[in-house]
Ligand binder design. Structure first.
Ligand SMILES: NC(=O)c1ccc[n+]([C@@H]2O[C@H](COP(=O)([O-])OP(=O)(O)OC[C@H]3O[C@@H](n4cnc5c(N)ncnc54)[C@H](OP(=O)(O)O)[C@@H]3O)[C@@H](O)[C@H]2O)c1
Length: 320
């Protein structure tokens, strides 16, 4: 039997291990592709740790949620396979879900950037009726996905982008990366928090919120903004994309009755990602419109990759 190298999750309590596994076999309609780079994103880690709704029901499982691959015809593609895994030298994919990628793309840069960037891309292109000139608030803007959201919002024509986050130095940098205003967040989450006043002042009439934080910081932001809205019938689209600040929020029922507030999530499962023009996002990344810096590790060092903590603007990548 022909064998390939892969990274297997054998226990949710351990990092994936470098292992030899049988060569994949394409099912009818599938194609076997060469994997060039795989991102080690927050979701990749959470799925491998058994902490994500897409985590495997049975182990061992192949780690990895995404990959830049080379297809049999030599072309590059981006694939998403959170349920079957991507961290192997070769994987079987359905070509219908292979997103074309420009030939000149750097696979490591592309795979480092697609996951953080697609959250806001999908939110603004497909989850809400976003139109050119509207205003966007990004909560949790200092991380990779939040920073990409600032750039993506501007790229898609936002008139005004507000970046809210805890790291003051990153907030300052975001002012030169597309943000028009910033809101400094603290870990306090009561009404005495200064950020409540700032939300009311600079984000009262925002059209779309892309929220990577959730939990008490979102409760505070939502309360402050809803209280301060000039026109309570003006649609406020709140898109939950990440849970860095908590898994739950308390939402008083009157907040929904007294405002045109619409809350949606965006992530694996809530939308058919293959219908979200991700080829256009890949082209924008390849053209340098938005990039996250890859920190590459070889597949054989997958355990060391898992132990690596990304610096701001950096994303661990397994380069095959
Ligand atoms: N739905 C989707 O399609 C999608 C796609 C990609 C990512 N995500 C999710 O988005 C989130 C961020 O991912 P990422 O790739 O940006 O990770 P990342 O680069 O590691 O950034 C995470 C950031 O979260 C911020 N943060 C943590 N706790 C916070 C809090 N209580 N208040 C404010 N900010 C807080 C931190 O900012 P500071 O340290 O600067 O405060 C950190 O930089 C994760 O939950 C991830 O799963 C979702």
């Amino acid at each position: 039997m022909s064998m390939i190298n892969a990274a297997l999750v054998e226990s949710f309590d351990e990092p994936p291990h470098f292992r030899s596994v049988p060569e994949p076999v394409a099912a009818p309609g599938q194609e076997v592709v060469d994997v060039l780079a795989v991102g080690v994103h927050r979701a990749t880690r959470a799925i491998a740790a058994g902490e994500h709704y897409a985590s495997a029901d049975a182990l061992p499982a192949t780690a990895g949620v995404d990959a830049v691959v080379r297809r049999a015809d030599g072309s590059l593609a981006f694939v998403l396979a959170p349920r079957t895994g991507t961290l192997a030298e070769r994987i079987a994919v359905d070509p219908a879900y292979a997103i074309p990628v420009p030939a000149e793309s750097d696979p490591a840069v592309l795979v480092a950037t697609m996951n953080p960037a697609l959250s806001s891309w999908v939110a603004l292109r497909d989850r809400v009726p976003f139109t050119t000139g509207q205003s966007v608030l990004v909560i949790g803007a200092t991380g990779n996905a939040g920073s990409m959201a600032v750039k993506v919002a501007k790229y898609l024509g936002a008139g005004h982008v507000i970046a809210a986050g805890r790291n003051q130095a990153r907030l300052e940098e975001l002012l030169s990366e597309g943000a028009d205003e910033t809101i400094a967040l603290t870990d306090a989450s009561d009404a005495s928090d200064a950020s409540a006043t700032t939300y009311a002042k600079v984000a009262a009439d925002v059209d779309v919120v892309i929220d990577y934080v959730w939990g008490p910081p979102t409760e505070l932001a939502m309360h402050a903004i809803l209280q301060a809205r000039t026109d309570h019938t003006r649609l406020l689209d709140w898109v939950h994309t990440g849970g860095m600040g908590g898994l739950d929020i308390n939402l008083p029922s009157h907040a929904l009755r007294s405002n045109a507030l619409r809350i949606q999530g965006s992530g694996f499962g809530s939308i058919a990602l293959e219908a979200c023009a991700l080829d256009e996002l890949a082209a924008a990344i390849a053209a340098g419109a938005m990039t996250v810096r890859p920190r590459p590790f070889p597949l054989a060092e997958v355990e060391r990759a898992w132990a690596h903590q990304d610096a701001y603007g950096e994303r661990t990548v397994i380069a095959l």
